[in-house]
Write a protein that binds this ligand. Structure first.
Ligand code: UGA
Length: 442
């Protein structure tokens, strides 16, 4: 099969699936996305992205009219159409055990397999506990009319939300877990342009490929919690964690990325992935190997509590009846994703302590309002800040980084700010009469 003519199906049209489908169409493949959610499919057909992801709507607008990119709800249609199927469904946290909910990956296979009448390659991209792919392969072979001629491999994605398009078109590595030459060949053909440009292509067994993804996220989470632990020490010792992080970053064995101290990590990936990883290690009988991740999680949660403490101190020890402004609702800037958002966690805790909390976020307001109707929402930063006894910056959108302390100072009741993301210049804000507090600094 010629690489540029390969026909690819993308199963699941959520954040990962829609981004993958649009990028593959942009790369010149014929792509058919499938989802059981009719409303989502209908939106995508009309060129509308159901979530905020910079650059994605342009890709839809360009590739839908050419017919290279289409969407359907029919698994019979995708089975008929594609030479290669990519599973891109979610694996959310199941319950308090932390284990991953595999019902979506299972159902993707269950819906597709009965239609597989000819030799086919199916490749998973979702983040799954190690061992899942082998189970799915057996499940698929049992259900597919073509039997073992339907082959499954695992090729995890490493996309960051808000950089999803770039991370798909220019990945930093491609990993494929398989022992089948046919699966390897199909995945190589998919990324041939990137491989030609020098992107490393690694072939492993399925278990290793599954592990690459979860261990990468575990490492990233650990790095963030490490610097946040240093923030705790810095606060106690009278040091400045921002200067510390900068000095550490010049050692290129350490590096400066994911060394940003503050409110810590949230979102649909890092928190649930480290918990699922611990749950899986427990099942495998190697719980001690990952017990440090419990600390990583605990440090991360403590940063939320600490942010609340600093705000409470600033307003004299009690939230009851006070007016609090929260800037940010998304789990990180340039996203409307509020899954496990540290900002909304802090906001709703403060509200539960009796404060009148008003939230503003440039993109995540609708989602926030839906999930946290007990909070108040304002249509702009200035309106949100009106009458505030304290302002908390909890997601570092550029709009907040560039806020004018003089102007903001005119609408608040008290010039007090907690910079939960170390995003502002303390000297600048203090020179405008603000009491400025941050995590890990004096
Ligand atoms: C993360 C990984 O970075 C991706 O490589 C991975 O593919 C993805 O999960 C996934 O599993 O699908 P994402 O959840 O989009 O991507 O967000 P990140 O950019 O990793 O940020 C995660 C959280 O860490 C955010 O809440 C962010 O505010 C926080 N963070 C990040 C810090 O607190 N400090 C930092 O220095 C960096």
């Amino acid at each position: 099969v010629e690489a540029e003519r390969m026909r690819v199906s993308v199963i699941g049209t959520g954040y990962l699936g829609a981004t993958t489908a649009a990028c593959l169409a942009e790369m010149g493949f014929d792509v058919l996305g499938v989802d059981v959610d009719e409303a989502k499919v209908e939106m995508l057909r009309r060129g509308r992205v159901p979530f905020f992801e910079p650059g994605l709507d342009e890709l839809l607008t360009e590739n839908l009219p050419t017919g290279r990119l289409r969407f359907t709800t029919s698994f019979a249609e995708v089975a008929e159409f594609a030479d290669l199927h990519l599973i891109c469904v979610g694996t959310p946290q199941l319950d308090d055990s932390g284990a991953a909910d595999l019902s979506y990956v299972n159902s993707a296979v269950d819906r597709l397999a009965p239609h597989l009448h000819r030799p086919t390659v199916v490749v998973g991209r979702s983040t799954v506990p190690v061992g899942t792919a082998a189970t799915l392969a057996a499940r698929m072979a049992a259900l597919a009319p073509v039997g073992a001629e339907a082959e499954l491999g695992w090729s995890p994605e490493f996309l960051r939300e808000s950089f999803g398009v770039k991370d798909t078109l220019q990945p930093n590595r491609i990993v494929i877990g398989t022992d089948s030459p046919r699966v390897e060949k199909a995945v190589r053909a998919l990324w041939q342009q990137q491989i030609d440009e020098g992107v490393p292509f690694l072939v492993t067994d399925m278990q290793t490929a599954e592990l690459v993804k979860v261990s990468a996220n575990a490492f990233l989470a650990t790095k963030i919690s490490f610097i946040n632990a240093m923030a705790e020490v810095s606060e106690a010792a009278g040091a400045d964690v921002m200067k510390l992080a900068e000095a550490l970053s010049h050692d290129d064995r350490i590096g400066g990325k994911f060394l940003g101290p503050g409110l810590g990590f949230g979102g649909g990936c890092l928190p649930k992935d480290i918990r699922a990883f611990m749950a899986r290690a427990d099942e495998l009988g190697v719980e001690p190997a990952l017990s440090f991740l419990r600390e990583v999680d605990a440090i991360n949660q403590r940063r939320r509590a600490r942010t609340i403490d600093i705000a409470r101190q600033l307003i004299g020890g009690n939230f009851a009846g006070r007016t609090v402004t929260v800037l940010g609702a998304a789990f990180k800037p340039n996203s409307d994703d509020i899954r496990d958002s540290p900002a909304l966690d802090v906001a709703s805790t403060i509200a539960s302590l009796g404060a009148h909390v008003t939230v503003y976020d440039p993109q995540a307001m609708d989602r926030a309002r839906e999930e946290h109707p007990q909070l108040n929402y304002a249509p702009s930063m200035m309106e949100a800040a009106e009458g505030a006894d304290v302002v908390l910056l909890l997601t570092e959108w550029t709009e907040f980084r560039e806020a004018n302390p003089e102007k903001l100072g005119e609408v608040v009741t008290q010039r007090k700010i907690v910079d939960g993301r170390n995003a502002l210049d303390p000297t600048y804000w203090r020179s405008s009469g603000w009491i400025y507090r941050a995590l890990g600094r004096q």
